[in-house]
Design a protein around this ligand. Sequence first.
Ligand code: PLP
Length: 516
Amino acid sequence: MSMNTQGRPTTPGAATGSLGSGPAALLPAEPLLFEIGDRDHSGVDLPDIEVPEDRLGGLRRKSELDLPGLTEPEAMRHYVRLSRRNYSIDSGMYPLGSCTMKHNPRLNEKMARLPGFADIHPLQPVSTVSGALGVMAELSHWLMELTNTAAVALSPKAGAHGELCGMMAIKAAHAAKGQGHRKIVLVPESAHGTNPATAAFLGYSVKSIDANDNGTVDVEAVKAALSGDVAAIMLTNPNTCGLFESQIIEIAAAVHEAGAYFYCDGANFNAIMGVVRPGDLGIDAMHINLHKTFSTPHGGGGPGAGPVVLSEALAPFAPVPFLRKDGEGIDLVEHVEGSAFGRLTAFHGQMGMYVRALTYMLSHGADGLAQAARDAVLNANYLKARLEDLFSAPFNGQPVMHEALFDDEFLKGTGVSTLDFAKAMIDEGFHPMTMYFPLVVHGAMLIEPTESESLQTLDAFVMTMRELAEDARSGNAERFTSAPTRAPLRRLDETRAARQPRLKWIAPDDALEAAQ
Ligand SMILES: *Cc1c(COP(=O)(O)O)cnc(C)c1O
């Protein structure tokens, strides 16, 4: 197998899409469009253009554009072949813990494609988009109702962006009270990496809080860390071990007593929506991932949306734009004199996601949302119950919320790591669970089935997981360390791919020239 200029293996026959040697499941590498097409061909015949000499001043291109010429079927097949390599929630169970990879109902898609939503432009006069504003207002209403909070900023475009928004509101609120000297943010060690990153990005220093033996945060540990220099705590509930923070009310009281704010990471809201209102627990700000809890597509499938709900205390520090009931109508407020930090995004955020999320809410109804949360919890506990005799669970003895957490204790002495185990799952047709997160557990395996998986699918998953665990423990390490053998590509240098991505195609002659 030779390497092309991109450092990817080139399989014989790759360009035509025929199979090379090796197992049938081992698909050939898909060449780039630049490698399929060439500069001398084109998919269309265009007449020579007669443009008056040069109306571009000195800006006219001097070099060739260097795009590959392709026919329509060549281009289409390339993308369809690539799409068939994707493992997606539409093709199978996707048990990534903390990610809530649930089914995206097609009704949501149908609504988002209604021309009245799909074809509007953010610069249209506000008077022509009252229907869209109505959707935003109704979504806002539901989000505040489900969380019992006073305000919501819809515009953040991801969970992490929502964290930034909420923490900026907290920073502005402290500044307004003359408390700008508060420079510490408390973050439990089980937190998602975005929490400390957000705090650090805003110039805070992060103080870590240890989890107790039950995998939750102790109110006494929080009290010990609180002081007049603490601006906020960022706590996830349910937390990333899949556990409900049982002392959350006491923690909120202690945080407020110390003059700090309570930021809650609500990415795991799926486990409690319609059952618990975070506002009742004393939170001041919380982002909600529409792309997790409310079933809008995520991962490679769509943009995220991370609205932030705010308590009475933080509501005045919300970013623009926001909606205000104005008599009978809804007013879009885009400019506020002395606004804490203006806007977070251009325009109004991810309109398509608002339509999808509201469709999900309305089609479930209040009782249906609570049912979805309860079913998600039931499914996670079912998996835990059926696996825990073979797998090792770090915080055993307590029921979980929406996800089941295991560690690598059961693999001790087998020569198989969590990573090897996950790769072997790929050979069995399952997407791996979340690995090595949360960091509080050694070799973590975090499994979140969500409510949208059937009992049959869960049972098939359990059977596969049990068979793999038994095989690992019977000494068949080779199956795991050599996996995956049935995927298009084997083990990748994922760190290098993330740190040094190759985003530009270099023509072979240029590469050759550069090398010489
Ligand atoms: C997903 C997630 C986030 C970040 O959300 P993004 O939309 O990926 O930015 C933050 N915290 C937790 C616990 C999460 O699961």
